[in-house]
Design a protein around this ligand. Structure first.
Ligand code: ADP
Ligand code: ASP
Ligand code: MG
Length: 462
């Protein structure tokens, strides 16, 4: 069994969906290969659903226009794919879904409340709609298949927006389902549910994770992630013109690159696959003959020391300084607790060995809340002058240089700093995990594009 996943970019319009169907028929169905296929919402739909929910929350009646546009978009795609051959029955299903969505949004409008729980319910319609239309289209083309709402099978906690999977229940549900359903399953990506059957989601980009969850539960031989570029590249091709495709990366490298901004695969995807040692391959829907980038346990192809450079484009840093921190145990613990309580994700931490200052990189716009909470926590130390001013800096970016072989190769950090130094790019903070798999740099956002290209030229040659 292989699990295939097609992202929003592969199902942006009717023409692209037809391309996907060709890939399925010619690459797998005609060859009698056993597959199950996960789909994301059509391109841009999840963003639009969030926007519509927010408009309703702000009591802006144009939310209804946005909803109408979304309805027309789905109807139009359905008609283009199924004109004259059963578009009507699918229209009815689309209509039912939009009627339900209309009611929910009306509720948001009336009560002026949009909880993470309601938002998850709203965005879940994206995947339900895409999979409804695609499964009907396949049936109209005489391919025996079933729509599978994966939110029934993937069980999570109630951390709406980014729910944690209960693998014991989920694996059992998936295995049982596939014992009873032998036909091709068309699976909704991204969505899951709590024990009380409330809809949750697996985090933005989570359809990749859905594929991996199913792959691991079914002991698949391969997980194929189909997207709009030639696999994992040495950098985001939109930012670095000379980026090129890699034949293979390790699970760790893929995790590290994606954690630091390479959107091509959602970071948690690697974990279920890694546990069962299932290979993942990233393929290109628009260039099916490209053989793909393999994510494996051990690198087999021609080796590069640095495998890739990725970036998180917008971050803030919080800097805490003061002589009173030196040699004091428990200071860092208290500091991290402040972030934990606020639910602020710490992306990177650096502390000089003098222990005089700690610098934390966090998502943008959360700096002020963090500063206030830190000042509150260390009120007495600040009063005594042991902790100085807490400073926040915005408009920064993080660049991560990633590669497992960096571990055994001296001089990579030198090359990184030299190339940026020569080009007069100021590095604000540096971190290297003890795994030596990743060197991360904080720089000004204005320098991002230039820095990525300079580093790519210096470190990655085909
Ligand atoms: P999908 O809709 O298929 O899930 P995404 O938009 O989530 O696709 O991810 C694919 C995009 O990831 C590409 O279009 C590319 O711009 C971006 N990307 C960022 N970093 C990389 C990288 N290192 N290699 C390939 N693509 C990357
Ligand atoms: N549709 C969801 C999103 O846009 C999930 C995904 O595309 O993987 O985040
Ligand atoms: Mg994606």
């Amino acid at each position: 069994m292989k699990i295939l996943k097609f992202g929003g970019s592969s199902v942006g319009d009717a023409k692209r969906i037809n391309q996907v169907i060709d890939i399925l028929i010619n690459g797998y169905i005609k060859k009698n290969q056993k597959i199950a296929v996960v789909f994301s919402a059509f391109q841009g739909v999840t963003d639009k659903l969030i926007e519509t929910g927010q408009l309703a929350l702000q009591r802006k009646l144009i939310y209804k226009d946005e909803l109408d546009r979304l309805r027309s978009k789905h109807e139009e795609i359905n008609h283009q794919l199924n004109h004259g051959i059963g578009a009507g029955t699918t229209d009815e299903k689309i209509s039912e879904l939009f009627d339900e969505l209309t009611e929910i949004l009306h509720g948001v409008f009336l009560v002026k409340e949009l909880s993470p729980r309601t938002l998850d319910y709203i965005v879940s319609f994206g995947e339900k709609l895409s999979c409804t239309i695609i499964s009907s289209t396949l049936k109209n083309r005489k391919i025996v298949c079933e729509f599978l709402d994966a939110s029934r099978l993937i069980k999570t906690d109630d951390n709406f927006g980014n729910a944690r999977v209960d693998f014991r229940k989920t694996n059992r549900n998936i295995a049982n389902h596939f014992k009873k359903h032998k036909n091709l399953q068309i699976i909704t990506g991204f969505i899951s549910s709590t024990e009380n059957n409330e809809i949750t989601t697996l985090g933005r980009g989570g359809s990749d994770y859905t594929a991996s969850i199913f792959g691991a539960a079914l002991n698949a031989e391969l997980i194929e992630i189909w997207t709009d570029v030639n696999g994992i590249m040495t950098a985001d091709p939109r930012k670095v013109k000379r980026a090129f495709s890699l034949n293979s990366v390790t699970y760790e490298e893929a995790m590290e690159l994606s954690h630091f901004g390479a959107k091509v695969i959602y970071p948690p995807t690697m974990l279920p696959a890694l546990q069962k040692k299932i290979k993942i391959v990233i393929k290109n829907t628009f260039n099916p003959s490209f053989k793909g980038t393999y994510i494996l346990e051990k690198e087999v192809s021609k080796n590069f020391t640095v495998k890739g450079i990725s970036s998180i484009d917008d971050i803030s840093i919080v800097r805490v300084q003061g002589g009173g921190m030196i040699g004091v145990t428990g200071f860092a613990g208290r500091l991290f607790n402040v972030f934990g309580r606020l639910g602020i994700n710490i992306i990177l931490i650096t502390q000089a060995s003098s222990e005089h200052s700690i610098c934390l990189a966090i998502p943008p716009k959360q700096g002020d809340a963090a500063r206030k909470a830190i000042e509150e926590e260390f009120r007495l130390e600040i009063f005594d002058g042991k902790v100085g001013e807490v400073k926040v800096e915005d408009n920064l970016s993080i660049i991560a240089v990633v590669g497992e072989k960096m571990r055994h190769t001296p001089g990579v950090a030198g090359a990184v700093f030299n190339s940026l130094g020569k080009n007069k790019i100021n590095i604000i903070a540096i971190a290297q995990g003890s795994s030596e798999l990743n060197i991360s740099l904080v720089i000004n956002k204005n320098d991002l594009s230039r820095s990525l290209n300079i580093l790519h030229n210096a470190l990655l040659k085909k």
